[in-house]
Design a protein around this ligand. Structure first.
Ligand code: ACM
Length: 269
């Protein structure tokens, strides 16, 4: 069994010191093996120029990484955080995964950019990472927010052996609440969605973030569910091995029943 914490957190746009302090307090109070934070949790979301993002973006051994890395080691927790990443002159909407005792985070760069993100970020080039933690006997796959609209993302992670998909998010529509459980069912695994709440207003354009952070089990049932607004830390114990048997009756196995030879040509289009 592992304890997983899904954190709903509303960052202050552009105020990294405030966000880091608030996130530190949340993590210090959380007792969990795996802590999932929202997308762009150290900076806020709605950036419309690289110029304004530049002083806030992180390299993998930067200020935020040092804080999260030290917390991961002292708490013996895996910490998954959505972070604006700088790499040379490029910026990526990334997830950094901090593991106890690991000097550098594992980095996932968002594959599918949403709305005005392409004004600031480059499309990700990492593919969909999966990592194994032997101590906890869990395999974790990483995707990010709008990746939910592409079933290929969750499928890649499932085929790579993920027991749990972590999905830091800043979701502004409601459709995902119907679809994220489907990602859990069709891959028979756990899905942890750490969303944010609140609003951000840029020159009169208001984005409303929808909250409802959740943890779905391999049958698509919500084990945890936050409200539409406000911050929250939701904690549940799960047995990751319950995702490994892909049968749902004594004749059907969702992996063995696949027909990749029929999908291959279309998937390359
Ligand atoms: C999103 O990808 N932030 C909707």
């Amino acid at each position: 069994m592992i304890r997983i914490a899904v954190v709903q957190f509303t960052p202050a746009l552009g105020d990294k010191p405030w966000n880091l302090q608030a996130l530190r307090r949340i993590i210090e109070r959380s007792e969990a093996d795996l802590i999932v934070l929202p997308e762009l949790c150290t900076t806020g979301y709605f950036f419309t120029s690289k110029h304004e993002l530049a002083p806030l973006a992180e390299v993998p051994d930067g200020e935020a990484s040092r804080m999260f890395g030290a917390l991961a080691t002292s708490k013996r927790s895996i910490i998954v955080a959505g972070i604006a990443e700088r790499s040379g002159a490029s910026y990526f909407n990334s997830v950094f995964v901090f593991r106890p005792g690991e000097p550098e985070p594992l980095v996932y760069r968002k594959s599918h950019l949403f709305y005005k993100e392409s004004m600031v970020f480059e499309p990700g080039d990492t593919g969909f990472p999966v990592f194994r933690d032997e101590r906890l006997d869990v395999t974790v796959g990483v995707m990010l927010c709008y990746d939910w609209r592409f079933p290929e993302a969750a499928r890649c992670l499932a085929l790579e052996g993920a027991d749990v998909i972590v999905c830091p998010s800043n979701l502004v529509t409601d459709a995902w609440r119907k679809v994220m459980p489907a990602r859990a069912i069709e891959n028979k695994l756990f899905v942890a969605v750490a969303n944010r709440a609140g609003t951000e207003d840029r020159d009169g354009e208001v984005l409303e973030f929808k909250g409802h952070s959740a943890l779905y089990d391999p049958w698509g049932e919500a084990l945890l569910q936050a409200g539409p607004s406000g911050d929250d830390v939701l904690v549940a114990e799960i047995d990751p091995s319950r995702s490994r048997d892909k049968r749902f009756n004594d004749r059907n196995d969702i992996f063995l029943d696949r027909r990749p030879e029929l999908y291959a040509r279309l998937l390359r289009m």
